[in-house]
Design a protein around this ligand. Sequence first.
Ligand code: DGL
Length: 270
Amino acid sequence: MPSVCLARPRILVFDSGIGGLSVLGEVVAARPDADYLYVADDAGFPYGGWEEGALVDRIVALMDRVIGEMAPDLVVIACNTASTLVLGPLRARFAVPFVGTVPAIKPAAAATRSGLVSVLATPGTVKRDYTRALIDTFASHVAVTLVGSHHLAALAEAEMRGEAISADLIRAEIKPCFRRQRGARTDTVVLACTHYPFLVERMRAVAPWEVSWIDPAPAIARRVVQLTGPAAPEEAPRALRGRALFTSGRTQPPGLVALVERYGLVPVAA
Ligand code: DGL
């Protein structure tokens, strides 16, 4: 049973940048009738290298502001680097339900046949206690390689803005995911940063062998439907579903504006 069942819920989707659009796309497909506010903390991007205490304070303060302004029915933290750190403090402070995005280690451990799984994430996510606990709880029978990429999120943003990204750069970032051990090879890679699904076809093209790439976005959309109920039938599909707020207040490049508009969002300055 959904805990709320709303005809037109207000859903806030949050990421450090535009990677969270990979989650937003699935959530919109599941609840096209909802009203959306997408918040990109581009003034703080990338989150991967932030000191943990400072990042918690930053995100809690930002949520104070945007939750106060929008009064959402549900918040999706579409960022692994944030979710693995601040879901606890956010749930303690706000009454609104939060859906987090955390490394999909459980489904990867269930799916692997070779027993070799890699988790491709930001440097912040790979060092979190939360990520270690997921491995201990769900993947103790599997060899898990944690790969903290310093550049992939920024490369994904550049590609999303329409810039040309070389295959060699992508190849170098994903190379440590591909392991051989006692005759077995990695067969499953968890995309544990919401930016990475935007590069998955490029990654596939330069991967040394074929693997399953696990994107958690469909599971997050299912969780949103569990909590808000199914979509109400719409008389006509809406072109505009909400706003995208960028904390930097910078004018966004045309490639990015076009991308955000494809999701039915109009960019607004903070
Ligand atoms: N999209 C974010 C994630 O899922 C991280 C990007 C960053 O800020 O480094 O982890």
